[in-house]
Design a protein around this ligand. Structure first.
Ligand code: HEC
Ligand code: HEC
Ligand code: HEC
Ligand code: HEC
Ligand code: HEC
Length: 246
């Protein structure tokens, strides 16, 4: 006589709770996954309040300033560099000297305390990143940072996730530019096309001459990139873990 097969009730419960547990793990995993890719985590587009409302839209977009004037070490070191108070004062000891917006700048000079700019891009400590290699291999600022010249307040244009780095390292040739275009926001606009917005600012003639003198001092910078550094490595593409996790 066949044994009447009846599952004990606790068996059903345990199967059910196992399913439930698996579901919960999957859901949590998915939530974590979506969170890590969501703008809340990656901070793409998130603007941060700065101690002085410094505008790239004004200084780069309208006044045509080159990135390297303020981010002085971007070609030669891992760190791009953040301008000192004295760099701003090269113009602002004359230009808009009495603007209330610049009060923290003069206070910083008087007290000899640097301005505490809030970081927008910040990789975890276990990641190694170097600006100079990217810039010297022809990756433009705009490829990673977006159209800084249109940002009144800087925000992230890319996720900075590992996947983002690797996607480019797989095909770096797609993103490469001519050396002369690395600092330009639009390919091939080196200098002249960037002038299009200039008419929007009308500094007083004193202000203008300070700033024109300054641009002239700086004019030979474009010649300084060494094109010989521009070959991409054929082997040893930085895909192995130790390239970025040292
Ligand atoms: C007149 C000086 C000046 C010039 C020129 C300038 N910057 Fe900046 N930049 C700053 C200052 C000051 C900050 C910090 C405050 C802020 O984030 O706005 C900054 C911040 C940044 C940041 C965010 C840094 C962070 O905390 O992660 C990026 C990216 C950046 N600049 C890119 C550029 C690029 C690209 C150019 C050229 C197209 C450029 N900058 C030109 C002064 C300048
Ligand atoms: C090459 C010259 C130059 C440098 C260097 C420079 N600026 Fe300016 N800045 C200007 C000019 C020109 C204006 C616009 C003046 C106008 O609207 O008449 C301006 C305007 C400003 C304003 C708006 C002031 C207002 O009252 O509207 C702020 C804030 C400012 N700059 C901050 C900075 C900071 C911070 C730095 C350093 C990171 C800096 N600037 C470096 C030339 C410069
Ligand atoms: C390959 C992508 C890439 C390129 C190209 C690039 N940056 Fe960056 N930038 C980054 C990353 C990633 C960070 C965050 C670095 C960190 O946290 O250690 C960063 C940070 C910065 C900062 C904050 C200070 C620092 O060094 O951490 C500034 C300013 C900056 N970049 C300016 C520039 C300028 C100007 C250019 C063009 C000359 C440029 N970057 C080109 C990816 C890039
Ligand atoms: C848009 C393209 C691009 C992006 C995005 C990018 N890289 Fe690179 N990276 C390159 C190129 C090009 C090279 C040089 C490769 C070569 O020489 O073959 C390079 C080289 C490197 C190297 C090797 C440096 C050395 O000393 O040899 C490291 C490390 C590196 N990248 C880290 C990163 C990290 C970390 C990120 C993300 C935060 C990143 N890169 C994002 C294009 C990119
Ligand atoms: C081109 C640079 C690059 C290479 C190569 C690279 N990583 Fe990463 N890795 C990053 C960056 C940037 C982050 C931080 C952003 C993130 O968490 O995605 C990171 C984060 C991580 C994390 C931490 C994840 C987290 O959630 O905090 C681990 C683990 C990791 N990488 C392992 C690896 C391993 C294993 C390899 C080799 C197969 C590798 N990485 C190769 C750039 C790189």
């Amino acid at each position: 006589m066949p044994y009447p097969f009846r599952q004990p009730i606790w068996n059903k419960i345990s199967v059910l709770s196992l399913l439930l547990a698996a579901g919960t793990v999957a859901l949590l995993g998915f939530m974590g996954y979506s969170y890590v890719r969501s703008p809340i985590y990656t901070q793409v587009g998130k603007e941060k309040q700065q101690p002085i409302p410094f505008s790239h839209e004004l200084h780069v977009g309208q006044l045509q300033m080159d990135c390297r004037f303020c981010h002085t070490s971007v070609e030669n070191s891992s760190f791009a560099g953040i301008p000192t108070t004295d760099t701003c004062l090269k113009c602002h000891s004359v230009v808009k000297k009495d603007s209330p917006l610049l009060a923290p700048l003069h206070a910083s000079k008087a007290s000899n305390m640097p301005i505490e700019w809030v970081r927008v891009h910040d990789l975890p400590d276990h990641v190694y990143f170097d600006h100079s290699i990217h810039v010297n291999k022809g990756i433009g600022c705009v490829t990673c940072h977006g159209q800084i010249d249109q940002m009144e307040v800087v925000s992230r244009d890319n996720t900075l996730l590992m996947k983002w780095c690797l996607d480019c390292h797989r095909h770096p040739e797609i993103n490469r530019r001519e050396p002369k275009d690395v600092f330009d926001m639009v390919t091939g606009d080196s200098g002249s096309a960037r002038m299009t917005n200039q008419a929007q600012v009308n500094p007083s003639s004193d202000d203008m001459s300070t700033y024109v003198r300054f641009l002239e001092e700086f004019a030979d910078k474009d010649a300084q990139i060494n094109p010989n550094q521009y070959q991409l490595q054929k082997v040893n593409r930085p895909m192995n873990c130790s390239a970025c996790h040292r």
